[in-house]
Design a binder for this molecule. Structure first.
Ligand code: FMN
Length: 300
């Protein structure tokens, strides 16, 4: 996994995946200080707020960190300016094409990694000049594609000549060894970090992840709108509305702002985004402990 640590400038080939509204500076700095790559979420932030988050990370660590840009966000252009101004070392893009931003990011010396759900998009990202792809399987929490990590990673590894990082379904050192065997040179982890001490989500959300079992998550929506989270009152209502042929606008009304509701502790009508490995998560721990557990076999 050496090419990834060289690329990222980290001790470990481990990325804490962006968690929308959740991976703020305390988590990011803690992961980077522990030898991984912390990733700031820029979702819902304006340029001033993003600049402040970046400055806070820099106050807490001198290690590399990343900013996630979700490319469909209306203000993404202004956020790109901020990451360049603030000399953020690494950008991780998702939900769209970074094509128009790659030249400016390259000129600024910023490494760019793209989250991808299939081989076609992986090849497209390689042709745009990204430094590595993050192949994310549908075991993941949050927005997902259609392929599993097991199916996706080896096919992406065979198709591109840039490093491949695996995401989705990795919660401990066994998962790290498994994706290494599939040809991945690094890992990205989301769900395991949701319950880190440093995340700003309500204890009720963390508890829902801790009590979840293997069958606890469901997927709502489809295509680009598919989201994996823990089944609850929100998802029950969603599936009932689908069965009743509800209008898309009514479904939007149900889901809009639902992740923020969960973050504030509303586990009944909030979206408890989490991956299938929620069933493996047993307690709230410092991010550094989670990093150590993920990496202990790699170090050996
Ligand atoms: C609550 C939550 C929010 C997420 N938000 C984002 C996001 O804003 N941008 C992104 O690229 N990925 C996002 N992800 C995906 C993670 O960065 C990561 O790729 C994924 O969680 C890995 O799979 P795992 O959940 O099995 O560890 C999110 C995941 C979760 C659980």
């Amino acid at each position: 996994m050496n090419s990834i640590t060289r690329l990222l400038g980290t001790k470990y080939p481990l990325i804490q995946g962006s968690l929308a509204h959740i991976s703020t500076y305390p988590l990011v700095a803690a992961v980077s200080n522990a030898g991984g790559l912390g990733t700031l979420s820029s979702t819902g932030l304006n340029s001033k707020q993003l600049a402040l988050q970046i400055q806070r990370v820099k106050e807490l660590t001198n290690q590399p960190f990343a900013v996630n840009l979700t490319l469909l966000d209306a203000n993404v252009e202004t956020l790109v300016k901020i990451v360049i101004e603030q000399k953020v070392p690494i950008v991780i893009t998702s939900a769209g094409t970074p094509k128009r931003f790659i030249p400016a990011l390259k000129t600024a010396g910023i490494k760019t990694l793209a989250v991808i759900p299939n081989v076609k998009i992986a090849k497209k990202m390689e042709s745009l000049g990204v430094d590595a792809v993050i192949a994310e399987g549908m075991e993941s929490g949050g927005h997902i594609g259609q392929l599993t990590t097991m199916g996706l990673v080896p096919q992406v590894v065979a198709a591109v000549n840039i490093p491949v990082i695996a995401a989705g379904g990795i919660a401990d050192a066994r998962g790290v060894l498994a994706v290494q065997a599939l040809g991945a040179q690094g890992i990205q982890v989301g769900t395991a970090f949701l319950v880190a001490e440093e995340t700003p989500i309500a204890p009720e959300y963390k508890q829902a992840v801790i009590t979840a079992d293997d069958m606890a998550t469901v997927v709502t929506g489809n295509g680009a709108d598919a989201v994996r989270g823990i089944a609850n009152g929100l998802t029950d209502r969603y599936f009932q509305m689908i069965a009743d042929n509800a209008w898309p606008e009514e479904l939007d009304k149900l889901t809009t702002g639902s992740l923020q509701r969960a973050i504030h502790g509303d586990v009944a009508t909030g979206s408890l985004m989490a991956g299938q490995v929620a069933g493996m998560i047993t307690k709230v721990e410092p991010a550094a402990t989670i990093v150590k557990r993920l990496m202990n076999k790699v170090e050996a």
